[in-house]
Design a protein around this ligand. Structure first.
Ligand code: PXG
Length: 294
């Protein structure tokens, strides 16, 4: 996808899309050495900006990457990039790479990290996926264990997610469920997982090995505020197969129902009442909250 002439922020400068380039010696490219964020903005407001900026700082800290920008500068860079592109609704990709260095793993030979902000329109899941629900399959590719690369780090190493996505697409599914090293449900390739059983909501705890999703946090909060009982508890595939409702959360997907998982029809095969009410609550929240851009 290429928008005609985006203005891209690189290290404090705006460059037209065709000139927005970084070095082939950047360790972000050579080793996947860097971190990123995906942020949505709706109606001229950035949704959960502070939380996304906080998470990228945490991801950077975890990989020992120094960000030469302050928290406030980073928020401003996001706002400025959206403004430079005169957008009101869309998606921001924030990328911080280790920077250009030698052909060796050591990050200490990289001169300076690069901060990249791309603001663009977003390609949404088709509307029918929200009405009918997604098809999911279990992928054989596991989420990395905490002692490999913390799954809480939103790093440029997304290859296991990409491999899982390939498996899901090969199976004719829209998303793939990734298990942790113990064979329990961690999350999907780019979304967190929730189930509803007998009116109660469950989602695996972050310790199950996942990205601490910002949409997940919002939905946990919305569910509890509307009087639902929500428990963070490890879930197996069995728990998903036998759930009354399954839904996913993520910046790109928002709140989206699941129709079938590993060929098992979820509930009656239609989005359930809890999912539908949370989808509605989420929609209201994104339209009425957020950091103003203009
Ligand atoms: N798990 C993983 C592995 C993710 O990458 C989520 C869960 C949901 O987290 P948030 O904070 O967004 O609620 C993500 C984030 C894409 C895309 O292009 C997906 C994400 C982020 C940016 C782009 O599909 N998922």
């Amino acid at each position: 996808m290429s928008d005609s002439n985006l203005q891209v922020f690189i290290d404090g400068e705006f460059l037209p899309e065709k000139d927005a380039k970084i070095s082939v010696f950047d360790h972000g490219l050579l080793y996947g050495d860097g971190v990123f964020e995906g942020i949505r903005f709706y109606n001229g407001r950035v949704f959960k900006l502070e939380e996304h900026i906080e998470r990228i700082f945490d991801s950077a800290k975890a990989i020992h990457l120094n960000i030469g920008f302050s928290h406030a500068d980073m928020c401003q860079a996001v706002i400025d990039t959206i403004k430079a592109n005169e957008l009101t609704d869309g998606y921001v990709r924030l990328v911080i790479t280790r920077g250009a260095g030698g052909l060796g793993l050591s990050p200490y030979r990289c001169e300076k990290e690069s901060v990249i902000v791309i603001a663009s329109k977003i390609t949404l899941y088709p509307a029918e996926d929200y009405q009918n629900g997604l098809k999911l399959v279990t992928c054989s590719t596991r989420r990395p264990a905490h002692d490999t690369l913390s799954p809480a780090v939103k790093s440029l190493n997304y290859l296991s997610n990409v491999m899982a996505k390939i498996e899901a697409i090969a199976a004719g599914a829209e998303e793939g469920v990734m298990l942790n090293a113990n064979g329990l449900v961690a999350e999907c390739t780019g979304d967190n997982v929730f189930i509803v059983k007998r009116g109660l909501i469950f989602t695996p705890p972050v310790s199950a090995g996942m990205l601490d999703g910002i949409t997940r946090r919002v939905v946990i909060d919305l569910a509890r505020r509307s009087g639902h009982t929500l428990t963070e508890q490890e879930l197996s595939r069995y728990d998903l197969y036998t759930a009354d409702e399954v839904f996913l959360t993520g910046t790109a997907a928002e709140v989206i129902p699941v129709r079938v998982y590993d060929e098992r029809v979820i509930g009656d095969g239609k989005p359930g009442p809890v999912t539908k009410s949370l989808m509605e609550d989420f929609r209201k929240m994104v339209e009425t909250t957020g950091t103003p851009i203009y």
